[in-house]
Design a protein. Structure first.
Length: 97
């Protein structure tokens, strides 16, 4: 399993609706998809420019859900695992099992 790297701009960060920790749980409850809580994994890390002020690292189920929710998915890369400097923001921790 790999993680897709999404970038958020300064303008996107201002909208609380772009915060996975705030928006995903209510969406899962509303759509009766709480079983996804066992597989979704999202990490976050501060970016280094206004165009990439926040980086999100999402596994495939998380990215699919994000798109289903109608959120912007500006994918800028893919990694085998999130960087050690990233923080878990929603879901289950990274595991190679």
């Amino acid at each position: 399993m790999s993680y897709h790297v999404l970038s958020l701009t300064a303008a996107e960060i201002v909208d609380i609706g772009n915060a996975p920790a705030v928006t995903i749980a209510p969406y899962l409850l509303e759509t009766n998809q709480t079983g996804l809580l066992r597989v979704i994994s999202i990490y976050g890390k501060r970016g280094d420019s206004r165009d990439q002020i926040r980086l999100l690292y999402m596994n495939a189920p998380a990215l699919a859900l994000w798109k289903e929710m109608g959120k912007v998915a500006n994918v800028v890369g893919e990694l085998k695992r999130p960087p050690l400097t990233a923080t878990l923001v929603f879901g289950v921790p990274f595991s190679e099992l």
